[in-house]
Design a protein around this ligand. Sequence first.
Ligand code: NDP
Length: 445
Amino acid sequence: MDARLEAVRDTVLARNPGESEFHQAVSEVFESLGPVHDRHPEFLEAAILERLCEPERQIIFRVPWTDDSGRVQINRGFRVEFNSALGPYKGGLRFHPSVYLGIVKFLGFEQIFKNALTGMPIGGGKGGSDFDPRGRSDAEVMRFCQSFMTELYRHIGEYTDVPAGDIGVGGREIGYLFGQYKRITNRYESGVLTGKGISWGGSLVRPEATGFGTVIFTEEMLKTRGSSFDGQRVVVSGSGNVAINAIAKAQALGASVVACSDSSGYVVDEAGIDVGLLRQVKEVERGRLKDYALRRSGVSYVETGSVWDVDATVALPCATQNELDGGAAARLVRNGLLAVGEGANMPSTREAVAVFQEAGVLFGPGKAANAGGVATSALEMQQNASRDSWSFDHTEQRLTDIMVGIHHRCASTADEYGDPGNYVLGANIGGFVKVADAMLAQGLI
Ligand code: NDP
């Protein structure tokens, strides 16, 4: 790493002790930015990096609620409003027991660059709670969401900060959160949250957008090698919103998706995952992947090991951070891997990324490859602002154009900085320069 940047990075790490995921995300970006600072010394003089790593505002709050047996439960809520140089803070809410400030900050930091790459006028933020919705009744989830919003509402707004979903936050949770916001403020402010239901301000394609977008980005990468999804053997991790829609899109493009996972195990279905059955089990019944295996013949369910033990030509990690390590990456490469498209945020460890890059595998980092979700959230905000709703085909075409544009921006930036095919460098520099220019123009704030 460039010595000037290393000094800044060390200060950032020391000022944010114990936040390993945030350290990882910051270090990965800094490793790409040396050449930018050679060309733009003004960014160093204006301390753009120091400012970028310090969130504009961090909110941590108590979320009290009662469970179905009448017991009081206390969770912790977070919203990190990281950077508003390009627009209102924008980024999802994650409800998962692993959530703490370091996770929210890594996600918020990545979101700044991702949102810049979309070309849409949105800043970066992220939030969530250590609440675990799994195994909770609808009534418990509603009471939790209402309590969470009773504090969060004062910090968000259509022109301020616009949350959406992430792990553990889907249409049900966004509905309860929106209802409570409307009740407290007495405003039908559709643009305050995205991922809403289609009949009350949501956008068609938003539920599919992250998974679809990841596959569209990966298809663009494959095209640079004269290839496509048609005929590929694909393994996907996760079986949530992003994973299911990535599977559907990859299969629509002619791939065979043979495995997917949840946090308890993975299924191998050599006939190709049945997306209809998967949606029924996971989205309608809120069941486990094991139930999918029980209901379909010829499917094996594996509780030990990793979904990355299954060989593939294309890997789409769509579960969570640091789920694909150096050993798994080396195994995939040995077995003939061509491309990786990250549907999740930072699912590959730094060692895994190095293995992929050294082997010449096409590697699309999450901040570029999974940007279709937030981009379609911005399209939802456009529809809300104009009190309009667009057709599925029109919205999907907009998503496709945006993903092709992000691929082009990453590829051409990598070319410009002398490292063709390095999408990590292209995404980091492409996103950074746009935000840094805006921060310079807006003065020292
Ligand atoms: P969901 O909650 O819908 O699904 C998450 C999936 O990942 C589940 O199958 C879950 O399994 C699995 N998972 C979660 N944590 C772990 C873990 N520690 N180990 C193994 N598996 C795990 O979330 P999404 O699909 O929305 O999000 C998935 C990823 O995509 C996240 O990294 C998220 O930040 C990213 N992303 C999501 C966007 C969106 O629009 N939703 C936008 C951009 C990025 P289980 O059910 O067993 O917990």
